[in-house]
Design a protein around this ligand. Structure first.
Ligand SMILES: [Zn+2]
Ligand SMILES: [Zn+2]
Length: 181
């Protein structure tokens, strides 16, 4: 593992959240979709199942996406802003079956706030390790999903949405077409 477990989880879930806002697709169209996201990413704690909660989670995404395009000083400004606005106070806690990890807001804080803080805490770790280059945009020409490269040799190029396969198929077809001509 490159980073602490909660850092890696925080980065992965943040990328997944950012990627629910596509240029021509809404991955969180309704409260049920947010419920699915909540469950799929093993969130626990307060969850209201309301339109207001959904709106605040959606509104967080552009700010988080910005981090993938920003220079280090701007990343720091965004991270510090998120921590300050959420009144983050890091505390080691243990819950469910998980070992001690950091929470910086109470478990009954609104979901969007906890998502913001989860992202900010994980990114703070990345900044401190000088590893911001692990935040990348998918290499597939038709995709602008964000990704976090947690591979040892920094070899990850594609997002989770099947772009690696799509690229392999196009490369195969191109090779075949080249042999034929
Ligand atoms: Zn926790
Ligand atoms: Zn992709």
């Amino acid at each position: 593992m490159l980073f602490a477990h909660d850092t890696e989880c925080g980065l992965t879930v943040t990328a997944a959240l950012v990627n629910t806002a596509g240029p021509d697709r809404e991955g969180l169209p309704d409260v049920a979709a947010l419920d699915d996201f909540f469950t799929a990413h093993s969130w626990t704690g307060r969850h209201e199942h309301t339109e207001a909660e959904l709106r605040s989670v959606r509104d967080l995404r552009p700010r988080l996406r910005r981090i993938w395009h920003a220079d280090p000083d701007e990343v720091v400004a965004i991270v510090n802003g998120l921590l300050r606005e959420s009144n983050a106070l890091p505390q080691l806690i243990r819950h469910d079956d998980q070992p001690y990890h950091l929470h910086a807001v109470p478990r009954d804080a609104p979901l969007a706030i906890r998502m913001a803080v989860e992202a900010a805490m994980a990114l703070a770790d990345l900044v401190r390790s000088g590893e911001l280059s692990r935040l990348r945009i998918c290499d597939h020409p038709d995709c602008d999903n964000v990704l976090v490269d947690l591979s040892k040799n920094r070899s990850r190029r594609f997002c989770d949405a099947g772009c690696g396969n799509r690229a392999a198929v196009s490369a195969y077809r191109a090779r075949k077409a080249a042999t034929r001509s």
